[in-house]
Design a protein around this ligand. Structure first.
Ligand SMILES: Cc1cc2nc3c(=O)[nH]c(=O)nc-3n(C[C@H](O)[C@H](O)[C@H](O)COP(=O)(O)O)c2cc1C
Length: 177
């Protein structure tokens, strides 16, 4: 038993972890930072070459249209090396019941394989459909769990931080066993 715990701790301390996220209005960024703190992970923000500048209604209109028509925008070049990591957390907002276009573009191009993965999303209501879409993009990986946060910057932020920490610990435990 003590031997097993020792092995698990050794693996946990060696495991390289990355948090990847896209965020437009800050919710997913905030939760990504909390998850990265808890997991002692590196963090990587997905960024579009040309971001949607609109706010309010026009952001919903343009973003919703791009999302529903499954646009794949160009992303800023990055030198992140996914192969260096064992466990990857990926977070995104929901846009018009769909995966956000920047996250879709990233998942299509990144070709992530043979990784342990935790998925998180921010939304105003339901994330279920996009979690399923992310899982399809991530076939060939081991999905260890998913969690949703409903507008965490507006609603009971501290309880969402606690939820994120507990969930992250749970994913790390699963990744180490
Ligand atoms: C263009 C657009 C479309 C959205 N569509 C949905 C939706 O279909 N369902 C939902 O629950 N929330 C929807 N939302 C709300 C966002 O998912 C939510 O505000 C999320 O917390 C934003 O994350 P961010 O602050 O990291 O960008 C939408 C937001 C935007 C900007």
């Amino acid at each position: 038993m003590i031997f097993q715990i020792g092995l698990k701790q050794k693996w946990q301390s060696k495991m390289k972890t990355l948090v990847i996220y896209y965020s437009k209005t800050g919710n997913t960024k905030y939760m990504a930072e909390k998850i990265a703190d808890e997991a002692k992970a590196d963090i990587f923000e997905i960024q579009r070459e040309k971001d949607i500048k609109s706010k309010g209604f026009m952001l919903y209109f343009r973003g919703g249209f791009e999302s529903m028509t499954k646009r794949v925008p160009k992303l800023k070049q990055s030198d992140i090396s996914i192969d260096d990591y064992d466990l990857i957390f990926i977070g995104t907002p929901v846009w018009a019941w769909n995966l956000n276009p920047a996250t879709r573009a990233f998942l299509k191009s990144a070709k992530i394989k043979n990784k342990k993965i935790g998925l998180f999303c921010c939304c105003a209501g339901s994330c279920d459909s996009i979690i399923e879409e992310m899982k399809k993009h991530l076939e060939g990986n081991e999905i260890l769990g998913d969690v949703k946060f409903i507008e965490p910057l507006k609603n009971d932020t501290e309880s969402y931080v606690q939820k994120a920490k507990t969930w992250t610990k749970n994913i790390i435990d699963k990744a180490s066993s």
